[in-house]
Design a protein around this ligand. Structure first.
Ligand SMILES: O=C(O)CCC(=O)C(=O)O
Ligand SMILES: [Fe+2]
Length: 146
């Protein structure tokens, strides 16, 4: 049976891709804005994360040269975030950037992300054609699960 579901199951198993939805902040939470935390600072451990800021509420920020810079939502545009996996495969040519999400007490924020990664039982290391005497490998071979 080659249903959508079995194809999705195959894709999730082979590429570990899945979707996540961040819901807005609940009204109860909004009554205590000082307690409101968004998503704490992190780099994605995916290969690529493709994000849609559904209701175009600001909140996502990236850290550049030690400063937090807001990623202003742009109608119908995706935010493409590079994760550790791609940083390793490209031997650091593409860097994974630190980011976090802050929420405000006025409006909830809604985003949907599709996370593309690699097989969980595999290994990752820089692509061999990106490693040379002049560009030594910046990463050792590691298991994806590590
Ligand atoms: O909601 C967002 O805009 C960012 C979500 C995020 O950073 C993540 O899921 O890794
Ligand atoms: Fe993230």
């Amino acid at each position: 049976m080659d249903s959508e579901l079995s194809r999705l199951h195959f894709a999730s198993k082979e590429w570990a891709s899945f979707q996540l939805v961040n819901h807005g902040v609940s009204p109860a939470f909004l009554e205590n804005p000082e307690k409101v935390v968004g998503l704490t600072t992190h780099c994605d451990d995916s290969a690529l994360t493709i994000l849609l800021e559904i209701n175009e509420v600001e909140g996502l920020q990236i850290k550049k040269d030690g400063k937090w810079i807001p990623v202003t939502p742009f109608p119908n545009a995706f935010v493409v975030n590079i994760g550790y996996v791609l940083e390793i495969i490209t031997n650091g040519t593409y860097r994974s950037i630190e980011h976090h999400v802050i929420v405000n007490s006025v409006q909830g924020r809604l985003s949907i992300g599709t996370v593309y990664s690699v097989r969980y039982d595999g290994e990752m290391y820089p692509a061999s054609n990106l490693v040379s005497e002049n560009t030594p490998s910046l990463f050792k071979r590691v298991k994806v699960e590590e």
